[in-house]
Design a protein around this ligand. Structure first.
Ligand SMILES: [Fe+2]
Ligand SMILES: [Fe+2]
Length: 157
């Protein structure tokens, strides 16, 4: 995957400061996979989702895609240290992320669907219903696999 400087600037504009909040700072402290923070993971998913959508002309709204991808793991806890929730993190965290995001931001239906369905098919009834949600669901699996199995670091771009 290779995004140019112009595309990285576009992504920053579309994020509109989402990546500079105190919650984003918290996400830098939580480990997602291997040695990757939740923040680095969601940034990788944002970039890969943007890349797939643009390079393959998939036609999803870039603004919703980028915002939904950034917020898809907005659950705001360390799942390795979270008792019951930690054990069932895979199942529960999309709903928690959606609730946290809704409390702080006005979300479109597409952005909500991106967040709640990104673990599909594990969450059987939370199905991606639009292109943007399918793209993030796929990008999340690619980034997670890369971080866990291959490099223990974020996907390069
Ligand atoms: Fe997730
Ligand atoms: Fe994720």
């Amino acid at each position: 995957m290779k995004l140019d400087e112009q595309e990285l600037s576009e992504i920053e504009l579309l994020l509109g400061g989402l990546e500079q909040t105190k919650e984003a700072a918290l996400m830098k402290k939580y480990i997602q996979h291997g040695q990757i923070s939740t923040y680095d993971h969601v940034i990788s998913v944002v970039r890969l989702s943007f890349y797939l959508n643009r390079r393959f002309h998939l036609g999803a709204s870039e603004a919703e895609l980028v915002r939904g991808a950034f917020l898809h793991d907005f659950y705001l806890y360390d799942w390795h240290e979270n008792g019951y929730i930690g054990r069932f993190h895979g199942l529960h965290h999309p709903r928690i992320a959606l609730q946290n995001a809704k409390e702080r931001y006005d979300l479109s239906e597409t952005e909500c669907n991106i967040i709640e369905s990104h673990m599909w098919p594990l969450t059987i009834f939370a199905v991606p219903k639009c292109r943007a949600a399918f793209i993030v669901c796929l990008a999340d699996k690619i980034c997670s696999s890369y971080e866990t199995l291959v490099r223990k670091r974020a996907l390069p771009c």
